[in-house]
Design a protein around this ligand. Structure first.
Ligand SMILES: Cc1cc2nc3c(=O)[nH]c(=O)nc-3n(C[C@H](O)[C@H](O)[C@H](O)COP(=O)(O)OP(=O)(O)OC[C@H]3O[C@@H](n4cnc5c(N)ncnc54)[C@H](O)[C@@H]3O)c2cc1C
Length: 372
């Protein structure tokens, strides 16, 4: 019997495995795929993801293909180029990132089995993990099997809402003059955005996602065509962004997309997967791991509610008002850049970001009314 079984070898599972191995916990990863395997993703890594990786002793530089200090944001009221002090988005290919992290865990002594988990069943002092090929036993289980999660379904914990996102690796020469900036285009799709993230050697990760599910392949193909690029294979997947209040049951803890931890504003999920994986493994050091994990996750879950509010304003309430506000007031070059830097750097919660935005709106309104 293992101390810990981790179901899934994405960023959540690999981080949990790495932390567990460092703590001397005998861990087994079970994944239905073998690395390198495809995973639909923009591969965009924010500054807080890099900071967390460094904290974990992971140097991701060998899997980063491009760094965007400049992000061109396209809105209903025009395009704004935002320049950041530290690269706002570092672009990786997910198959390489996941394989790299998996190798780090295995090199640290974590075991791996290639099997598809069908369900998990807790008995008094252990958990049975029922795979297609075999049954495995452990004292603790971390569900890191993404969306939709078999582990989550087995214990009745599932995310409350998901977005849908499509991507492909396109190639060729860009027909627009944005240099090597990343592009976020909020005019292409309702309740979401399209992105272009440059990779190396003339390749680009191009995709779009929305909280409203639909058939978006043609929309993506049109966008790729307008950019002057040749499309690659289009792949899509859910991005669950609204977690339940319970994150674990008995000896089973859920992490990453299995729990619905992606950021509702940006769709970012790699950082949240890594953080929850690390915290779940760390909790095993304590006498009541699941209680500890619930406690460690509470802050994040609370701030997710504030992130949802920001998402409603950005995508729902009146995006034209927001775009005009950003453009006309110059807030896109100053206040917005600073807030985005702090949020993506992990230095500001969404709760505090809301306070800063409200303060800025009041300040700018006062300036405008004093001039008129
Ligand atoms: C199109 C798209 C673009 C995105 N772009 C970005 C981005 O640019 N930046 C960002 O931060 N986030 C992005 N995300 C979100 C991000 O991809 C996810 O939030 C992240 O991958 C979650 O990691 P995870 O480890 O929880 O799950 P996953 O990465 O999904 O890993 C789950 C693992 O579990 C395995 N598995 C699944 N079911 C089973 C089973 N039954 N038995 C055994 N193994 C199983 C899978 O093979 C996989 O290896 C994007 C998502 C999509 C769909």
């Amino acid at each position: 019997m293992h101390d810990l079984i981790i179901v899934g070898s994405g960023p959540a599972g690999n981080t949990a495995a790495l932390v567990a191995s460092r703590l001397g916990i005998r861990a087994l990863i079970i994944d239905k795929s073998r690395h390198p395997r495809a995973k639909p993703c923009g591969g965009g890594l924010t500054p807080k993801t890099i900071a967390l990786s460094r904290l974990l002793g992971l140097d991701l530089s060998e899997v980063i293909e491009h760094e965007c200090d400049e992000v061109v944001t396209v809105t209903q009221a025009g395009s704004f180029a935002m320049r950041f002090k530290e690269p706002m988005i570092r672009v990786s290919r997910r198959e390489r990132l996941d394989e790299f992290m998996f190798n780090e865990a295995v090199n640290n002594g974590v075991e791996y089995v290639n099997d598809e988990v069908l369900k998990v069943k807790e008995t008094q002092d252990k958990v049975e993990v029922i795979g297609r090929n075999s049954i495995y036993e452990a004292k603790w289980v971390i569900g890191a099997d993404g969306a939709p999660s078999r582990v989550g379904r087995s214990i009745g914990i599932t995310p409350k809402s998901s977005a849908l996102a499509l991507m492909n690796i396109a190639s060729g020469e860009l027909s627009i003059n944005t240099g090597d900036a990343c592009i976020l285009d909020f005019t292409r799709i309702k309740w979401g955005y399209a992105w272009l993230f440059p990779l190396s050697h003339g390749y680009y990760d191009v995709g779009l996602g929305s909280a409203l599910k639909g058939r978006y392949s043609d929309l993506l193909l049109n966008y790729i065509g307008e950019l002057g690029l040749k499309p690659g294979r289009i792949m899509g997947h859910l991005i669950p962004y609204k977690p339940p209040t319970v994150v674990s049951v008995g000896r089973i803890m859920l992490t990453g997309d299995a729990l619905g931890l992606a950021d509702p504003v940006t769709g970012e999920g790699i950082f949240q997967a890594m953080l929850s994986g690390a915290l779940a493994a760390l909790s095993l050091r304590y006498s009541n791991p699941t209680e500890r994990y619930n406690m460690l996750m509470a802050n994040y879950l609370r701030d997710n509610k504030h992130a949802l509010m920001v998402a409603y304003v950005v995508y729902g309430v009146d995006s034209l008002f927001l775009s005009r506000f950003l453009g006309v007031t110059g807030f896109s070059r100053t206040g917005a850049v600073s807030i985005i830097e702090k949020v993506t750097g992990g230095k500001l919660t969404y709760r505090d970001a809301i306070k800063d935005i409200v303060k800025s709106i009041v300040h700018i309104s006062n300036l405008i009314s004093s001039r008129t």
